[in-house]
Ligand binder design. Structure first.
Ligand SMILES: O=P(O)(O)OC[C@H]1O[C@H](O)[C@H](O)[C@@H](O)[C@@H]1O
Length: 136
């Protein structure tokens, strides 16, 4: 992302990251993010980019966190060890709806390249990429 090599469906470089996960799947990424905040090289790379965490069950959490972000240039990372956690799946689905309602249908499939999943459940992860809007 920092090199502008990763682009979304419209060809715009991905700029910001929304990380979805609760419990350990939030605290792990937060730990790495916090640890790197004092590294001058990382601080320089991070200029112009935002990382936001969706980590609680507040129903308006998604609405609050997407303010100011552009779905064309936002990368979504879903972190879940089991890939079955209801709150995480709900937020993943809400963000996919946010992205797909903002993009034209032909672009939605291409934009799946800006979705990343961190999990140890391969089958559920694969289903997510085939049909993310049908997450249970
Ligand atoms: O990583 P996941 O499978 O989505 O689980 C996320 C979290 O779910 C629950 O809150 C558990 O109590 C936590 O221990 C776990 O870290």
């Amino acid at each position: 992302m920092y090199s502008d090599e990763h682009v979304g469906a419209t060809g715009e470089p991905l700029k910001d990251v929304l990380a979805i996960g609760i419990g350990g799947s939030f605290l792990g990424p937060l730990f790495v993010h916090t640890a790197l905040q004092t590294d001058p090289e990382v601080v320089e790379f991070a200029k112009g980019h935002q990382l936001r965490f969706l980590a609680n069950v507040d129903p308006i959490d998604v609405a609050r966190n997407i303010i100011g972000l552009d779905p064309e240039t936002t990368c979504v990372v879903v972190v879940s060890k089991t890939f079955t956690t209801a709150e995480t799946m709900l937020k993943a689905r809400a963000l996919w709806e946010w992205i797909s309602s903002a993009l034209r249908p032909f672009a939605v499939a291409k934009h799946k390249g800006s979705l990343y999943v961190v999990s140890n459940h391969n089958e559920l992860m694969s289903n997510f990429f085939v049909q993310p809007d049908a997450l249970a």
